[in-house]
Design a protein around this ligand. Structure first.
Ligand code: WTA
Length: 650
């Protein structure tokens, strides 16, 4: 966040207490549970775990050998049983589990019974393909019901899944497949995005030129002829062919509490993405509890989390959390402005969505598109709103409150990460008064703190680094294949406590105000992008000698990517244009990492010891008056860059 945004946030004083009506019906409506969570965390989590279905219960709630945690030690559980089978006994059997809307407007509803059949069949399909417990399966799919079906089928047979967001490039997909040595790849011929076809299968074919561990590829027919794909005999198989004769019951694998459930890659402060590993029981208990109490899920709710399942928000709050609570989950395939800018509000009205969870960057786009779009629709079914992904500016919060929530819905601003697996800092609706821009207080039992450079707790009013002192059930267990990196990234900065990489401040009421990343990770439209990852992609271009990437503030996206590039004089192919370099990054990593600005410079500002001064680059990109330049080796470089950045405007 830039300085102005932080100042605006910290000057915010409005407060919104929960309404008596909401409190009266809330799943968590008194301070007792919070007290229990904080005073007896093991008992608190055991109570919640007891609501779930186990093959065998645990002997010990937590075994903590920093930084290694084991939760529900000795327990045996299966996530697909808890997300599907558990709901078949009673009235939920015929309830909508997934209500799906395709971008072009098709509808599909799967009851819990339907979901059970599909998951079981696909589990049997995978078994027949030789996939068993512990084998990794990569999923590169659009937002269609087959994606959660495949995930739950993996969970059923104990094969950890690795979902790769469909917006990543073939090369990024290949890197993620190879990192976890996946055996099976599941994709679709294509997906729809703003009326265009996303060529997923073609990207898979391209990735396959360097993925020796993949034996088979299963392809869902989503788009049909228009996708123009080729099936490779012996390797590629159609989903619908395989499903035709599959048996509709598959015995669930009793998984040890600590057996891996999934790997999800996220950006860190080096160029190589980190495979965040989540395990079974603790993850399930964490996402189940947070869904139940933060989204206040009731039997009749229609819950819509707009995140793509390719991100952790989709894993925890489209798939595992809400299905574990037996909710009806709304799933939408496409973009918020396709075909019209009222698409989301149309969907809310059509299906009577009651709980809606989205990102601040989306809210800022809605604001810009105009109040008339939500005003056209009846949004009175909504009773609770949420946000996630980045700090929300108070202006967007207030707009959301009035124009979407009709002034009556509590807003939960939920702070968490791919690594945390579950929401850790959030208002409890019905209990905690909200302040626009603050994620308020830690979830019961979570010990969050703000510390200074030396790890000392900062008194209320002060800012510093956000850390978590104690383990929580859904926390990551390792970085796949690199436990040392796990230890050094999260547990060494402040020995023995979890370092989030975020800056935060606490006010006099103990409320947390998140202030953005303190490492080299950008937050672009709510997505994590590492500066190093973009820099590495740029320097792979043969004409590029050096590149420096920073996140500059952007009104809609929060941060935009600005790249400063020095070209080689001796490159025979000529000088690439800024646009060519942008395209190059898109092709290397994916469109979400495409720089917004590329500035081709003669030199970069460096300290006398040769370190690039990113702070100055940020000042230049944000067109601010220059900060302290006294340590700069050659101040003239900055003046030249400033002049050039000005020229490049528009
Ligand atoms: C940021 C997304 C402020 C934060 C679930 C974190 C937030 C990173 C919030 C994780 C929030 C997420 N307020 N900042 N409510 N939620 N963040 O792994 O910087 O994609 O470290 O997980 O997003 O992003 P990730």
């Amino acid at each position: 966040m830039d300085k102005e945004a932080i100042l605006a946030l910290l000057e915010e004083t409005r407060e919104f207490p929960p309404s008596a009506e909401f409190t009266a019906q809330a799943n968590l409506n008194g301070p007792e549970m919070v007290r229990r969570g904080n005073e007896d965390p093991d008992g608190f989590w055991a109570d919640i775990a007891n609501e779930l279905q186990w093959f065998h219960k645990w002997n010990r709630v937590l075994e903590w050998n920093p930084p290694d945690a084991k939760w529900f030690v000795g327990g045996k559980i299966n996530l697909s049983v808890n997300c599907v089978d558990r709901h078949l006994a009673g009235a939920r059997r015929n309830k909508a589990a997934i209500i799906w809307e395709g971008e072009p407007g098709e509808e599909r509803v799967l009851t819990y019974w339907d979901l059970h059949r599909e998951v079981n069949k696909f589990a049997n399909v995978m078994k027949a393909l030789g996939i068993g417990k512990g084998d990794r399966v990569t999923l590169y799919m659009p937002m269609i019901p087959e994606l959660p079906i495949a995930m739950l089928a993996c969970a059923r047979i104990g094969a950890p899944h690795s979902v790769v967001f469909g917006g990543f490039s073939a090369e990024a997909l290949r890197e993620r497949i190879n990192d976890c040595a996946a055996k099976l790849l599941i994709t679709a011929d294509g997906g729809y995005r703003r009326g265009n076809i996303v060529p997923l299968k073609k990207a898979c074919d391209e990735a396959m030129t360097g993925c020796p561990t993949i034996e088979k590829m299963v392809v869902v027919r989503r788009v049909g002829e228009a996708a123009g794909i080729t099936m490779h005999a012996g390797r590629d198989l159609w989903w619908h062919d395989l499903m035709k004769d599959a048996d509709d019951y598959c015995e669930p694998e009793p998984m040890d509490s600590e057996d891996p459930l999934y790997i999800l890659y996220t950006s860190g402060s080096t160029g190589k993405p980190k495979g965040i590993l989540h395990t079974s029981a603790g993850y399930l208990v964490g996402v189940y509890a947070t869904t139940k109490y933060i989204f206040d899920i009731k039997e009749q709710d229609v819950f819509w989390c707009t995140a793509d399942i390719g991100w952790v928000t989709g894993h925890s709050y489209v798939v595992y959390g809400p299905l574990a609570t037996g909710a009806s989950v709304l799933m939408y395939e496409g973009a918020p402005d396709a075909p019209g800018r009222d698409r989301f509000w149309e969907i809310i009205e059509k299906y009577g969505v009651t709980v809606f969870y989205t990102a601040p960057t989306a809210i800022r786009s809605f604001m810009r598109w105009g109040d008339e779009h939500p005003a056209k629709h009846d949004l009175s079914s909504l009773r609770l709103l949420g946000t996630v992904g980045e700090p929300i500016n108070p202006e967007a919060w207030i707009w959301y409150h009035h124009h979407i929530g009709g002034g009556r819905c509590p807003i939960v601003d939920t702070w968490w990460q791919t690594e945390t697996g579950m929401i850790l800092i959030t208002p409890l609706p019905g209990l905690v008064a909200t302040k626009p821009g603050s994620a308020t207080l830690p979830f019961p039992s979570i010990e969050a703190d703000v510390v200074d450079e030396t790890g000392k707790s900062v008194p209320p009013g002060g800012g510093g680094y956000l850390i978590i002192r104690k383990p929580w059930p859904a926390m990551l267990r390792t970085i796949y294949g690199d436990h040392n990196r796990y230890v050094s990234t999260y547990w060494m900065r402040f020995p023995g406590v979890y370092f989030t990489g975020d800056g935060a401040k606490r006010d006099k009421d103990g409320y947390f105000w998140l202030l953005g990343r303190v490492d080299d990770v950008m937050n672009v439209a709510g997505h994590r992008v590492s500066t190093m990852e973009v820099e590495s992609a740029l320097v792979e271009h043969p004409a590029v000698a050096e590149a420096a990437v920073i996140g500059r503030s952007d009104e809609i996206k929060g941060q935009a990517i600005a790249a400063f590039v020095i070209l080689r004089d001796d490159y025979p192919g000529g000088r690439p244009s800024a646009d060519e370099l942008k395209r190059y990054v898109t092709q290397k990593i994916g469109a979400i990492c495409r720089p917004d600005d590329v500035l081709i410079a003669a030199d970069l500002p460096k300290t006398r010891s040769g370190k690039i001064m990113r702070r100055l680059l940020r000042d230049i990109a944000e067109k601010r008056v220059m900060g302290d330049t006294t340590t700069l080796a050659d101040p003239a470089v900055v003046a030249a860059l400033k002049e050039k950045y000005g020229e490049n405007e528009g």
